[in-house]
Write a protein that binds this ligand. Sequence first.
Ligand SMILES: [Zn+2]
Length: 343
Amino acid sequence: MPFRALIGHRRTLDLLSRSIAGGSLPPSVIFSGPEGVGKRLVALSVAQALNCTEIQRVAIAAGDEFPVDACGQCAACKRIARGVHPDVLVVAPGETGSIKIEQVRDALDRAMYRPFEGRRRVTIIDEAHALIPGAQNALLKTLEEPPSLSVFILVTSQPDALLPTVRSRCSQIRFGRLSSADVAAVLERDHKYPKREALAVAAASDGSVGRALHEQAEEFSEARANVEALLRSTRGRSDARTRLERAKDLVKGGGATAASERDYLGLRLQTLSSLARDLSLLASHANPDLLANADLRDELNALAKSYDGERAIGLFAAVGRAQDALDRNVSPKVVADWLALQV
Ligand SMILES: [Zn+2]
């Protein structure tokens, strides 16, 4: 993504663009700052600005524009964004959660060569705090004297976890938190959140897009667990008392205000609707790859024995009516009770 398309970090981006324009970008840099604010994305933008074949230059006097920026459209820019440019390597922790010495040696070997097709070789080490000490030591000599056309960017939320010898060989660029408005703008533009939801989630994100997405994902899986439990306990057409008991789970964590209770139940209705859709897909023997909740395939298969075609469709319709009622300001508790008796 070109600098001009990034949201937030204006001063930092300006500094980076100016140093690229003036040929003064340090060859070994640490990007430090909170998690989820876009440090790795900025590192990739730097790689693009260094290797774009349609580079955009603007006279510095032109004001707010970045003096050098990538086009974002040429083959080089696209390949960098997709992670397949031969001169731009991203090293990240493997399954063990650490970056091993072999990964670093491999990256160093590649950094020794002149760029294949771009102007600069860029090695981005993401979550650099995950470098094991041996791997950090293997980097020292190269960070001290990088090959002439190579740039190393170490991205980390925990710069203090890097050896002092590594830190002392790098310039450090510090990233701050994003404003809530910036987080909301990213959620809306890049993750397709509706505006109202983006603003609400951003307000609780502590300036981190990563955190906003993570918490949203946790909230979603909790909601889904609630409705799955409801379906499991009602699949045997259990008595009304059990059902009403389960209905409480759909509203009880909703918090103090009527609006938050409504949002809480709303999210549960949304996930229930998605499960109901999957159950009717299973009932019609559709391709299981079409399941929205593919990770719950086993659980859905078990439920599908009770929620056969007609019952799944009835469930789907009931959720729709419950959503309508909630939109019409019917009390969340009443809606939840009604729904629990229908499923
Ligand atoms: Zn380009």
